[in-house]
Write a protein that binds this ligand. Sequence first.
Ligand SMILES: NC(=O)c1ccc[n+]([C@@H]2O[C@H](COP(=O)([O-])OP(=O)(O)OC[C@H]3O[C@@H](n4cnc5c(N)ncnc54)[C@H](O)[C@@H]3O)[C@@H](O)[C@H]2O)c1
Length: 444
Amino acid sequence: MNIVVIGTGYVGLVSGVGFSELGNNVVCIDKDEKIIDNLNTGIIPIFEPSLEDLVHKNMKEGRLRFSKDLISEINNADIIFIAVGTPRGKEDGEADLSSVFSVAEELSKNIEKETIVAMKSTVPVGTMKIIEKIFKTKSNNKIIKTASVPEFLREGLAVNDFMQPSRVIVGSNYPEVHSTLYELHRPLIKSNKNLYFQTDTQTAELIKYASNAFLAVKISFINEISNLCEKIGANVEEVADGMGLDKRIGRWGLSTGPGYGGSCFPKDTLALIHTASQNESPLRIVEAAVSVNDSRKAFVFSKISEEFNNDLRNKNFGILGLTFKAGTDDLRDSPSMDLIPKLIEYGSNIRAYDPQGIDEARKKLEGPIVWCKDIYEASENVDAIIFMTEWSEFDSKNIDFNRIATLVKKKIIIDFRNMYKPYDITSLGFDYISLGRKVSRSID
Ligand SMILES: NC(=O)c1ccc[n+]([C@@H]2O[C@H](COP(=O)([O-])OP(=O)(O)OC[C@H]3O[C@@H](n4cnc5c(N)ncnc54)[C@H](O)[C@@H]3O)[C@@H](O)[C@H]2O)c1
């Protein structure tokens, strides 16, 4: 099939490359000229494991192209996917749909043949109805058919998630659109046809938001349990392991941490709450999850501050991990991006390291920050090392803590991802502060 993907970010690029890998002819389009110029010379705008190789391979084999020119490409397409950003709006958590609507307007004026327009961006329930209206009133020949195909890929695992999806949700009110989209996705679901879930547009739109909200609730739930563990002397990791053994619950999402971030959960929970309140059907559980997550930021800061008797002036901190999770270069709503300015505001100096996020972080943060090339440089002369992201590079087997002990000023490790066994750290002479577990003091 001939496919056009509009928006060449995390979702658009991965989907475009994925569809070309399945044998389709794909053109990825972006309004950001630099992204397209870079891609045309083989430079990938984002970090996503194994993406670069697939881009190069499919370009070379002639199935994948990049273009800035939407209008000259759309009339060759059987299916057009919209994958532009839908960031948090300015007020009320409402999603900002300006990019989506501007693409819809452009398509309505320029599509001249029968085409399917499928929404991959996360859009509030009812958005496709509005887009249908735009197509019906503004297009010349009214032959555009719509679908909602929400994306569930996880950054850091995106290529794998595309090639081996946990499910393919397709909503459309046109039976013929369903058969075309089933054909397109067939190679991805050959192991299990039940992974393809067919529904109407509104339901597909809500499945995406309800899924993200549910996962956010799970994360906020374990973070509150973690707080309780600290008060009563229980171990949150063991609570989570014990709970996760129940298949109805599952272990995913039960890892306590500095709060969820990223480009999806924070904005999607707020947008869903907004939709719910507009429809006078409040989602109190989701509201609570958002409020718990917001308070997590203050909690992370106070945990550090208390360790230093609430005097952070002239303290030096090694911050390890800037991205909102491991495996991505995405800094959107990352806990580190909130913490670092606050530490600086209270008089601290920062040494920061991240395997993928430094270049972007450097553009976003200012103040007394030394950008480091590795964990050891970030440990030099610091009062504490603070782990914020669970990169595998930070696994105990990959770190020489004995070497770190020789570099730091004070042997304190604050771990907001519970990556280590307390004894492994304290036996090396460090104090070890983690989440939902007792503070472990050095035993040397
Ligand atoms: N990132 C994720 O993990 C993820 C997962 C599932 C769903 N989503 C959803 O997918 C959508 C895209 O997310 P993303 O993370 O890929 O965003 P992104 O910001 O990485 O990429 C969006 C791209 O769209 C381009 N764009 C904006 N307006 C355009 C226009 N008028 N014409 C052409 N290009 C335009 C931007 O330049 C940008 O490159 C969002 O709705 C998001 O909620 C994201």
